[in-house]
Design a protein around this ligand. Structure first.
Ligand code: 0L1
Ligand code: MG
Length: 262
């Protein structure tokens, strides 16, 4: 299928996901895919999942908020995407590789919101006040593009490589945690891979969310009370294959461990 408009982009990305195959960049076929149009593709793709598969929207994800992720992907602008109920993986569950193309795992700071946040002009202090609890998280990303090779409009259209995520059971009030200093160590099959602190997320994850909420306002969107927010990979993502275990130890949010099926 040659992709040249919003409906064909949506169908192509949905087909890749359901058939577990990747494709080339959409921007190579459709040079007119600019950022606003890419967000339209993202929203139509999410709408199709809700309508056809009975899925529901449960939150917002920030992407490319850390320098480690931006460097790896060669893109310096953060983005937003939509979290769906079908992406939830319960803590302790095996990662179902038979549903995925090329999964990678990244540690994240996750917020459960207790107040609505609507831009413009939202500040980091307002974000902190709106957070109900902070949790450790793993996002499992799975690009529908060959080898995660994409330009910003491609990855925005693909709902920012969303696939699955795990939220740790321990929830800490925002007032009881130093988000900037929160430290994580990631290991794969017992070997150290990466470490970072919350400062990796645009200097402060609350600031990252304030910027995202103000950008969402330009598209008429906001974050509702009760929604989840993934604030973006703190480190580069780690590929996960059959039988691999990825573990994260956070300084005050506890530990997470994710093992893939064989
Ligand atoms: O948390 C993130 O930075 C996710 C970015 C999604 C794009 C990708 O890395 O494939
Ligand atoms: Mg992420």
């Amino acid at each position: 299928m040659t992709v040249s408009d919003v409906p064909s982009a949506v169908e192509s990305l949905l087909e890749c996901e359901s058939e577990r195959r990747s494709r080339g960049r959409i921007t190579e076929e459709w040079s007119g895919l600019d950022l606003p149009t890419a967000y339209t593709v993202q929203s139509e793709l999410v709408g199709a999942k809700v309508l056809r598969q009975g899925d529901s929207v449960i939150g917002t994800k920030l992407g490319l908020t850390s320098e480690a992720k931006q460097r790896r992907m060669g893109i310096s602008s953060p983005l937003t995407a939509v979290l769906l109920k079908s992406y939830v993986l319960e803590p302790g569950a095996l990662l179902p590789l038979d549903r995925l193309i090329q999964p990678r795992v990244e540690p994240e700071l996750v917020f459960v919101m207790r107040k609505k946040l609507q831009g413009p002009d939202v500040t980091a202090a307002e974000v902190l006040d709106a957070i109900g609890s902070v949790h450790a998280g793993f996002e499992v990303i799975d690009s529908r593009y060959h080898d995660y090779s994409f330009a910003l409009p491609d990855v925005v259209a693909d709902n920012a490589s969303s696939a699955l995520f795990v939220v740790g059971e321990l929830g800490v009030p925002a007032a009881n945690i130093d988000l900037v200093a929160e430290h994580v160590t990631i290991s794969k099959n017992g070997e150290f891979v990466y470490e970072a602190t919350g400062a990796a997320v645009q200097g402060n994850p609350a600031h990252a969310l304030a910027l995202a909420v103000n950008e969402l306002a330009q598209r008429g969107q906001y974050i509702n009370a009760g929604e989840l927010v993934l604030t973006g990979g703190m480190t580069d993502a780690v590929p996960i294959g059959p039988g691999d275990t990825i573990s994260a130890v956070f300084s005050s949010l506890g530990s997470l461990s994710l093992t893939a099926t064989t």
